[in-house]
Design a protein around this ligand. Structure first.
Ligand code: SAM
Ligand code: DTB
Ligand code: SF4
Length: 321
């Protein structure tokens, strides 16, 4: 469908996005918050809870990831089999009771086998029946697999481009940037909402952050959900000692995502453990309106739910129903 709203553009250029990043900080954040209010309810944040349904032992070599079998000796993470349905549903019930509205299930696969997908589909159907939105991230999908997930009523599929096309090769060698775009296309064609973002703080340049946002904002349709992760440095991974991103540059990344993809829900994703309340507040000001909720991401810690609720209450913000 063609979007007739001229502020929703998929023809953003490097020059324009470089200029956005270079704006005075307060102007950028002001415009991001203004754009935010045009399309989203102010002072509201959506809560998604993650669960790793199959952990570790992954054949890919994503340099940031605790779950790659290539670094398992150094990360010490134990691989597990796919969780049974009832255990997943128990966790989903707990997440819902704590206030999450979306349950995101992640599996450390390059791509799911069809028999794995049968089980994931049962999980999607079970979680939906509890009244939660569903999201899964299972690696690459072919067209038929995406169609099956779509037919099962999956709400979102997460598949990140992670970084700029140029820097990507320094982070992952086992699959290409273009393969990621192919999966995203299969997901879009199956009428599943796309959740696609990236990671910053991986030693990338400012230019790479521009390239990452250009890639996201020029997809044929903007993702419905854009997670911006700040690298969680995991000991034993190749990126364990990479240069962190400056706090204000992180906030700028959120603001530029908000301005260039105005209708998307921008998620302040991994990395909140290293952010104090003021930093998270700046991210909300810059247009972030979703967080991962609950004390664990996939394999690494996340702020406790009561800390998040306290922050939202201090800010006069609410969780969306
Ligand atoms: N294996 C699937 C895949 O890579 O598509 C799904 C799971 S994978 C863990 C999902 C996403 O989490 C990655 O694409 C990456 O953007 C993010 N991620 C993984 N490890 C991270 C880390 N240490 N810090 C920040 N984000 C991370
Ligand atoms: C996303 O962009 N971030 C989430 C989710 N999508 C799957 C994952 C963050 C993982 C952080 C590292 C870990 O806990 O293993
Ligand atoms: Fe595997 Fe996904 Fe981790 Fe890459 S990010 S190593 S594909 S689990």
């Amino acid at each position: 469908m063609i979007d007739t709203d001229t502020s929703v553009r998929t023809d953003w250029t490097h020059t324009e996005i470089t200029a956005l990043f270079a704006r005075p900080f307060l102007d950028l954040v002001y415009d991001a918050q203004t754009m935010h209010r045009r399309y989203h309810t102010p002072n509201q944040v959506q809560l998604s809870q993650l669960l790793s349904i199959k952990t570790g032992g992954c054949a890919e070599d994503c340099g940031y990831c605790a779950q790659s079998a290539k670094f398992a000796q150094d990360t010490g993470l134990k691989a597990t089999k796919l969780m049974p349905l009832d255990a997943v549903l128990n966790d989903a019930r707990t997440a819902k009771a704590a206030g999450a509205t979306r349950f995101c299930m992640g599996a450390a696969w390059t791509r799911p086998k069809d028999k794995d997908l049968d089980q994931v589909i049962e999980m999607v159907e079970g979680v939906k029946a509890l009244g939660l939105e569903t999201c899964v991230t299972l690696g690459m999908l072919n067209q038929a697999q995406a169609q099956r997930l779509g037919a099962a009523g999956l709400d979102y599929y997460n598949h990140n481009i992670d970084t700029s096309p140029e820097y990507y090769k320094d982070i992952i060698t086992t699959r290409t940037f273009d393969e990621r775009l192919e999966t995203l296309e299969h997901v879009r064609q199956a009428n599943i909402n796309v959740c696609c973002g990236g990671i910053v703080g991986m030693g990338e340049t400012a230019e790479d952050r521009v390239g990452m946002i250009v890639s996201l904002a020029t997809l044929p349709e903007h993702p419905g959900s854009v997670p911006i992760n700040r690298l969680v440095r995991v000991a034993g991974t190749p990126l364990a000692h990479s240069d962190d991103i400056d706090d204000l540059d992180f906030v700028r990344t959120i603001a530029v995502a908000r301005i260039t993809m105005p209708k998307a829900v921008v998620r302040l994703s991994a990395g909140r453990e290293t952010m104090n309340d003021s930093m998270q507040t700046l991210c909300f000001m810059a247009g972030a309106n979703s967080i991962f909720y609950g004390e664990k991401l996939l394999t690494t810690p996340n702020p406790a739910a009561n800390r998040d609720m306290k922050l939202l209450s201090r800010l006069g913000m609410t969780a969306s129903a």
